[in-house]
Ligand binder design. Sequence first.
Ligand code: PGA
Length: 268
Amino acid sequence: MSRKTIIAGNWKMNKTAGEARELARELSAAVDKLSQKDLPQIVLCPTFTSLPAVTTTLTGNKKLAVGAQNMDYRDNGAFTGEISAPMLLDLGVQYILIGHSERRQFFGETDLTVNQKLKAALKHKLVPIVCVGESLDEREGNLTDKVVAKQVAGALQDIAEQELESLIIAYEPVWAIGTGKSCDSEEANRVCGLIRTTINEYYKTSGKPGDKVPVLYGGSVTPANCEEQLAKPNIDGSLVGGASLKAPDFVAIIEAGAKRVARTPQVV
Ligand code: PGA
């Protein structure tokens, strides 16, 4: 049995609730027409304000789940402007992006906040998609492996091996996000493998928990490059930004995910 295939769309700060509902409807109708047998797990991550519109549109749809792009690690309190895990669960949200590079770059998120949010997600049974990846300077300074391993180990601080069951990691090199320059698929495959090895080394147990963790690639994923990426053994899915905003492009990426599912029996 191999790891689950996941195709996630990060809509970032785009679309009003009405526009988001429309895109969710379009995607749901297009996915209905695909062969249901080999569908990957699909996750749509709209803005907070569009979550009710999208969760309502997709009610009862098992293949299209909804994720949020961020949350606070605390449940409630005097934290103006923040949203908590119980509030997201209440809307029917099932997945949560944690530590996206734009959150790290523009909103001061660190390995510590990523760790706090990951603990909160696991406690509340939201499925976490933890994002890691190096900047251009770090890549050019040959620091990729060190930076990615540090981010992964930082996220996992004080989390027990048994809690990792639902964990998903996304390798998103910062220089590849929104630039049109996706990472070479062989190199992306190597770093996704390194992420898994880092998890195994962190826990140092015979259980090798890293081998069970789906690792997605993200950064300028398009219909043209996703198939090659998804053919690599260490890449279990795609985290898609720009191309997830256009239904035909995202559906093409879902179809590439379906080919991976057809090749590899999935865990449920
Ligand atoms: P991109 O974004 O596909 O537009 O590069 C990916 C992401 O930030 O998750």
